[in-house]
Unconditional design. Structure first.
Length: 128
């Protein structure tokens, strides 16, 4: 688990998608805080997470809870004047690849701003 989280922290630090790409299983399911049905596959998950990395300001993980192949990473970030907190809930397979990645964000006003900005950026990439 240490190597996987190291790759995730390296992505946060550098914004280099290669670190994140190596972490994701081809069939990863991504659960967005905006839609009920998960997005499936490495390509859409990578595109979404790299886009959100460009939306969040001063993103940092503040707590990690690890249980076997599962972890919950609490984060804090800003978007404009709004500060938000959230969690990444990640499940890894036996090969150490993320097979399930869920994001939750609060408060609601920050979530709404993130949703608007993400939609705009993902539409520009032809992904929405």
């Amino acid at each position: 688990m240490e190597n996987q989280l190291s790759a995730l922290h390296k992505f946060v630090e550098t914004r280099n998608p290669e670190h994140l790409e190596a972490l994701l299983a081809d069939d990863v399911k991504f659960h967005s805080p905006f839609v009920w049905k998960p997005k499936e596959g490495k390509e859409i998950t990578l595109a979404t997470l790299t886009t959100v990395a460009s939306v969040f300001e001063e993103f940092r993980y503040i707590r990690e809870v690890i249980d076997g192949k599962n972890c919950v990473l609490e984060f804090e970030a800003r978007i404009g004047v709004l500060t938000m907190r959230g969690v990444d809930i990640i499940e890894f397979n036996d090969e150490g690849k993320a097979v399930d990645f869920e994001v939750m964000i609060r408060p609601m006003n920050a979530l709404e701003v993130v949703g608007t900005e993400m939609t705009k950026r993902l539409e520009a990439k032809g992904l929405v």
